[in-house]
Design a protein. Structure first.
Length: 97
């Protein structure tokens, strides 16, 4: 299964990695590694995320307060948001359209 990121999700990923890298050396890289691991797991088992809406699922990123919000269209895992657990719940719902 292929994976891709919504353009706004890509921006969220970069912003979060830069934030962590500014806090501690290599922490941004660890965040990116963990997101990569989660994407690989979701490619193998796309149904393991919890339902986040009628069109999307969410799966937490270990050791960081983020979840990947995603959907599967045909044979493509599309990450809709890299969503922080304490900020603006469901802000990404427009991206499911």
């Amino acid at each position: 299964m292929k994976a891709g990121f919504h353009p706004l999700a890509s921006r969220e990923l970069i912003d979060a990695a830069q934030f962590y890298e500014a806090r501690a050396r290599r922490l941004g890289s660890r965040f990116l590694d963990e997101v990569e691991r989660v994407v690989a797991v979701l490619q193998q088992y796309p149904e393991i995320g919890r339902p986040a809406s009628t069109d999307a699922r969410a799966f937490p990123v270990r050791r960081f307060p983020y979840s990947l919000v995603y959907r599967v269209d045909e044979n493509v895992l599309q990450v809709l948001a890299v969503a922080h657990h304490k900020r603006r719940p469901h802000y990404w719902t427009e991206r499911t359209r």
